[in-house]
Structures are given as C-alpha cells and as structure tokens.
Design a protein around this ligand. Structure first.
Ligand SMILES: Cc1cc2nc3c(=O)[nH]c(=O)nc-3n(C[C@H](O)[C@H](O)[C@H](O)COP(=O)(O)OP(=O)(O)OC[C@H]3O[C@@H](n4cnc5c(N)ncnc54)[C@H](O)[C@@H]3O)c2cc1C
Length: 475
C-alpha cells in the first residue's frame, strides 16, 4: 500500500532538503527521497554539496592554505615554524568529520521539521489523482504517492569518452577529495571552478600541478579583468601550470603513472602524471528517474525544462537546482527549493537568477554578481566602472593578502549597479554587500555614501563605488 504525501521531494541535496524543510514548515505533509551513500555504504543526506562538493572541498582548501601559510607566510610575521610536516590522513579525517556533522545534522532537521526521510532511488511511474514514485534500495522497495513532486536530483560529473574514472588514479570530484597521499605530479583536465579548487589544494600540499583546459579563454564566465589577473596570479604566484586551448587525445594508465597525450599550441605533447583529476563540468542527473512516464521534458543537454517559477509544465511537478537551467551552485538550488515550496503552499515564491553570487574559493578568491564588462559591451549598455586594488587597503596589508581588486560596474545614466567583480581575500564574504545592493536596486552612489568600517576589506567596495564617479579617496 502506497504512503500518501502532499509533497514528495526527490533528492536531498541543498535544493531538495531545503525544499522539504520549507514545505513541512508551511504545513505540507512532506517526504524526501534520497539515494546517496557515503564511502562506508551508509545513507548520507546533503547530496553532492555536503558529501562530495562544497563542504569537503572548503575543508581541504582551508587545511591546505594553513599548511602553505606555515611553510611560506608565517615567516613574514616573525613566526618561525621548524619541521612543518603534513599528515594527510588527519587532514582527510578532519574533512570527513565536518561532512558527517553536517549530513547527520540534516537528519535531525528533518526530524525537527517532521519531514519523512526515505532512503532509496526514486522513479516516477505514473500519474492519477496522485503521482506515484517507486523507491528501490538494496534491502527492499516501497511506493509513495504525492500530490506535488519536486525533482531535485542534482548533477553528475561529465565524463570524457575514453577516460575511465576509477577514483583512485583517475578521479572526479569524489576521488580528488580523498587522495590518500600527495601525488608528485597531478594532472587536472578542466580549468573550471572544481579543477582550480582541487588543483590549488594539492599544489599547496606539494604536488606539481598541470591544468589542461580545452577552451582558449580562462574563466570565460568571469569578468575579463578578473580572469586575466587571476590567470597571472595562479600561474606566477600559486604555481599552477595552466595550459589553455588543449585538445586531449589518448589517456593511458600504466602501472605507476597515467600518460596524457594532447595538442597544445599546434604541437602534439605528452605528459605523465601520478594522478589525474577530470573536472570538465557537470551534467544534469535524470538517470532512471522516469520523467518520461509523466510527460516532464528535458532539453537537448538533459536539463529538465522549467519556467521562471520552476514549473515543468506538468501540473504540480517542479524541478530545482543543478538539474535545471541556471548556475550549478548550492545556494541557487536552495533558494529555488524555498520558492517552490512556497508556491505549492499558495504563496508567490520567486528567485532572481540575475543576482546569484558566484564564488571560486581559490587564493585569492573570486566572486561576482551581475553582468561582466564584456556582457555590457555586447549588450550595448552604457556603463561606468570603478576599480580599487587591495594593495591600497590597510586591512589587506595587515592580512598580507594584497592581490586583486574590487570592480564595480554601474549604468552610465541611472548609476544603478549592474555588476560587481572581486578578486581578493574573502571575496566570498564581500560579495554579499553587492548582492544586497543589487537586490535593492542600489546605485554606486548609495554604496559610496554608506559608512564602511575601517580598516576592513569592505572599504575596497566603498572605494570602487566612489571610483565609478572617478572620486577615489585613497587612490
Ligand atoms: C567539488 C565541488 C565543489 C563545489 N563547491 C561549491 C561551492 O563552494 N559553492 C556552491 O555553491 N556550489 C558548489 N558546488 C556545486 C554544488 O555542489 C551543487 O550546485 C549543489 O550540490 C546542487 O544541489 P542540488 O540539490 O541541485 O543537487 P545535489 O547536491 O547533486 O543533490 C542531488 C541528490 O539527489 C540524489 N538523487 C539523484 N537522483 C535520485 C533519485 N532518482 N532518487 C533518489 N535520490 C536521487 C543524489 O544522490 C543527491 O543526493 C560544488 C560541486 C563540487 C562537485
């Protein structure tokens, strides 16, 4: 006999678990179905983000940065560290603990909010008064009927034909977050967010890292000025060997090494690595989901088609997060989850995709919101810009992190902020001010007139806003 619910959420990543909690808070009888299992084979809530994405990668980025500070940066402060050494097992253990605390925390949140949690693979099997979902798992199966369905099945790493990921020698994000020792030579295919973050971790821990990127431009989605300066810093200071415009040929796994043949600058090349990370983007996950049985459509790239309110076009079926259009970011998934739960409850849920902050947790960090300068040019929008370097910031100097800048773009006539681009320390935190400003329709002058604490990194945002009107006070 099928269990009946008002709402069934398929997937318990940051999109699905937040959608389920919000739906339950709004009085809807809600179930969340998720199939993710941790390395030890146990169900683990939180999806890619908590298990093998945002959280573990940030834990390792922090650990590896501390190691690098101890080796190379503390001396400037007069702190002498002798015999600095690395214990990778402890570092990985710390990361795993953080992950477990968060994934376990979701189970508690489900209990607190009265969300029914079901482990297993959910497959839509048909529609009547209710949508029917068959849930299968190793030790059994069950059937769930729901009036409303929220698909939040996320994404999977994109595969390259001819390269077999075993997550020991050739890794995707899962293996790259769990390498048991520091590879002498690490190859990374793909200079996107994940490739750069993983490359940074292992570079700081001592690997020689080569990043092979197919596109001729670096970080094409970022503002050109940020991408140019980031490429300079990542190659010259961080020590990543980034090769753009590569055409990957054959990849062969030998007894001890992996050799990669590729074309670069018109020549055939071959490099040998101890480990290879494949990070060439992610694809929407609709594997075995049975969307066709209820008439939900996917586009040519496999994304579930939705409108601006995440409706699939099939009554009462919604899709959110990585499995639909828009940036593949955890906070975007979560906000769509909230909006859809509120829509189901009769409210007017909505997410503004124009003000989603993007962050890359390299060192220095990269963050932006809104339009890039090249987008504004292409759209023929008249704009003014202000750019303020962190080298002039007292706080950045005190931190010893002076690379990068804040760049603000504002409409030439109305002065309304159109985009903010940051390369520098704590860019991930600083961008929040720009997001708030843009959501409130602020002008550059508004930010210029707001008092910013001194000495703080946020003064760079203030100065960039002043710079839009060409009246820097500290430059
Ligand atoms: C290494 C890495 C680092 C990242 N860092 C960041 C970051 O710093 N910031 C950021 O914003 N984003 C980051 N991301 C991206 C972020 O993880 C995703 O955007 C986010 O997890 C998407 O959330 P989601 O809920 O849509 O899907 P997911 O998190 O992918 O969750 C989907 C869940 O659904 C389950 N599922 C799928 N199909 C079924 C089914 N049929 N039945 C039952 N369960 C199913 C999956 O097992 C999974 O648990 C990172 C990603 C990676 C890989």
């Amino acid at each position: 006999m099928a269990k009946k619910f008002d709402v069934a959420v398929i997937g318990a990543g940051p999109g699905g678990y937040i959608a389920a909690i919000r739906a339950a808070q709004l009085g809807l009888n809600t179930v969340c179905i998720d199939e993710f299992k941790s390395e030890d084979g146990k169900p683990s809530l939180g999806g890619t983000c908590l298990n093998v994405g945002c959280i573990p990668s940030k834990a390792l980025l922090e650990s590896s940065e501390n190691y690098e500070r101890a080796l190379h940066k503390f001396a400037d402060h007069g702190i002498k560290c002798k015999d600095v050494s690395l214990d990778v097992a402890t570092m990985l253990g710390r990361k795993d603990n953080i992950v477990q605390q968060f994934t376990g925390g979701i189970a508690l949140l489900f209990k607190k909010n009265k969300v029914a949690s079901v482990h297993g693979h959910g497959r839509l099997t048909g529609a009547g008064d209710y949508y029917r979902i068959a849930v299968t798992r190793d030790n059994g199966s069950e059937t769930i009927d729901a009036k409303h369905v929220i698909i939040a099945t996320g994404s999977l790493p994109r595969q390259i034909e001819g390269i077999t990921v075993d997550n020991v020698r050739i890794c995707d994000n899962v293996g790259a977050l769990s390498l048991k020792d520091v590879p002498g030579k690490l190859g990374v295919i793909g200079a996107g967010v994940i490739g750069l973050e993983m490359g940074s971790v292992w570079r700081r821990l001592g690997s020689e890292v080569t990043v092979l990127e197919a596109l001729p431009t670096f970080l094409a989605a970022a503002d050109d000025a940020v991408a140019r300066e980031a490429l300079r810093i990542f190659t010259k200071t961080v020590g990543l060997d980034i090769k753009l415009g590569c055409r990957i040929g054959s990849v062969e796994t030998g007894k001890k090494s992996i050799s990669v043949e590729f074309e670069y600058e018109g020549e055939s090349r071959k490099l040998t690595f101890d480990r290879l990370v494949v990070a060439v983007g992610r694809v929407p996950n609709t594997e075995g989901l049975g969307v066709e049985s209820v008439g939900v459509k996917t586009d040519e790239r496999g994304f579930i088609e939705v409108d601006e309110r995440n409706r699939t076009g099939v009554p009462n079926i919604y899709a959110i997060g990585d499995v639909v259009r828009g940036p593949m970011l955890a906070h975007k998934s979560s906000e769509e989850g909230v909006a859809v739960a509120e829509t189901i409850a009769g409210q007017h849920g909505h997410v503004n995709l124009e003000t989603i902050p993007w962050v890359i947790y390299t060192s220095p960090e990269i963050a932006w919101v809104g339009k890039t300068e090249q987008q504004l040019k292409a759209e023929g929008v008249e704009y003014r810009s202000g750019q303020f370097p962190f080298i002039v910031s007292g706080r950045a100097r005190a931190l010893g992190e002076t690379a990068g800048f804040v760049k603000m773009l504002a409409d030439a006539k109305s002065d309304r902020i159109l985009g903010v681009h940051i390369l520098g320390p704590f860019a991930s935190e600083l961008i929040a001010e720009a997001v708030v400003a843009m959501e409130f329709g602020a002008t550059a002058e508004d930010i210029a007139r707001i008092v910013h604490a001194h000495p703080s990194l946020s003064e760079a945002m203030h100065e960039a806003a002043l710079g839009v009107d060409k009246r820097f006070l500290s430059l």
